[in-house]
Design a protein around this ligand. Sequence first.
Ligand code: DON
Length: 571
Amino acid sequence: MIRQIAMRCALIVACLFSVAASAREAPARHPPGAAIASAHELATAAGHEVLAAGGNAFDAAVAVSATLSVVEPVSSGIGGGGFFLLHDEKHHRDVFVDAREVAPQSATPARYLDAKGELDRDKAENGAASAGIPGLPAALVHVAEKYGRLPLQRSLAPAIRIARDGFPLYARLVDQYADRREVMERYAATRAVYLADGDAPEVGEILRQPDLAATLERLGRKGFDGFYRGPVAKSLLDAVHADGVEWTADELAAYRVKEREPLRFHYRDFEVVTAPPPSSGGIVLAEILNVLEGWDLAKLDEAHRDHLVVEAMRRAYRDRTLYLGDPDAVAMPIARLSSDDYAAGLRAGINPDHATSSASLPSGPAPAEHVNTTHFSIIDADGNRVAATQTVNLSFGSGMVIDGAGFLLNDEMDDFALRPGTPNAYGVMGYDANAVAPGRRMLSSMSPTFLVGADRIAVLGAKGGSRIITAVLLGILGLEQGKDSAQIVGIPRYHHQYLPDRISYEPGAISAAGVDALRGMGHEVIDWDGPTVLMQSVDWDRKTNEMHAGADPRNPVGAGKVEYRKVAGGK
Ligand code: DON
């Protein structure tokens, strides 16, 4: 169901001091300041605080990420995982830090089946069985130690402060608590955090998380061992065991982030640098954009343009379902899927005037995930960039707060095809490539992305399950048309993911005449029926030397903010 959320202009605060924003002959070589956009204004402010203290984009990413763990526990947290796409300007290097959760050694497909051999949705989505070994704490340590300038403790300081002192609850968090209440209130430690005042969370009430503050402090002091060994690890193991699931101290201590080569491809005048497996995002984006590159979309009428985009989406999501999974466990035809020849073949199979039914394409059912996750984007004044998407999967993850450690455990196991070929409550499906096995990383749609052109550089990504990828696609198409970050995050969106075989669209994304025309071509077209997609983007226009920061207007507590650096002699 579509949630009617008042549209709100993204906050773009310019100028502590003056900036030369006039058009220039040659593209500027250094950004005029720093831009951060995240799903919560306190997290955006935490990032700028750390930059002002001498940190770089990577320190700011640690601050934003950890603060989101505190103020947006509905979406992500240190009990979950994420992907950090980094650009290190000094070394001209891009790296993808994969902090995805991994399946515990005790995980088998049988764990997720009921007595009749059907998928047990409760185990897939709730409590300890639904959780993978968390990756986000390891990412914070890794990013700070390898790429940051400041001690981890300094970058975690805003998150620790806000966890201890509290922050006011907002509608999205309160509403989604109500949705997940039954599961959350199974756990005494969850009740202790969310029902501390005796009743359910209310808008405006202050949420304090002292145990989480202490866990973040320990992480800051001790680094990796502060979470994966010692008292926090013990609390985590005790809580998981009490919920009937076997995890070992050794497998916690063995968790590692993986640095991977980002996926790169060209789309018209831009290089797209984006997420490789275990995200499906980069490959699906490459397939869609490679197909679209063969047409001049601007010359087509609305319905034909949308039709071709949808046909490209359909084919790319079909391949996601069939082929993609953990790159360390399964062989995937990545080079083939992202090649121009493959795109040409797909293009040739598209009827320009009529929908292809998904059932007529070579086999496979559909993906579509759930309802929480968060994305933030950063460019600093040195030109370093961070696109990070982090998640606990469903709203409030597994619902289980770890007693004594104060964080919510994820329910990322549901991103596996736990029973291959069986759709879950949200339609997620997959086969062997994404089957559950000990130590594997579950397939994701999270797609942190850089769009790099001669004159413009953008950093973008979104939450929204399988709709993340099409949202990033529409963002890229908007940027290509000259829109800035504040504009692209508000674009009304449409989506097709192969199965279910239909287009869903937000109000304004397709005109009434366009909907009629698409139906005439054989498409089923319905109102947006999926999770709210929230996108955060920042960009630097090197021609005008302006920066833009956009937080999705569908989320009233988000904030994009540009801080221009002090210019010598400036006003
Ligand atoms: O990794 C993934 O693809 C999912 N766990 C993300 C879920 C998500 O974005 C839900 N947001 N609405």
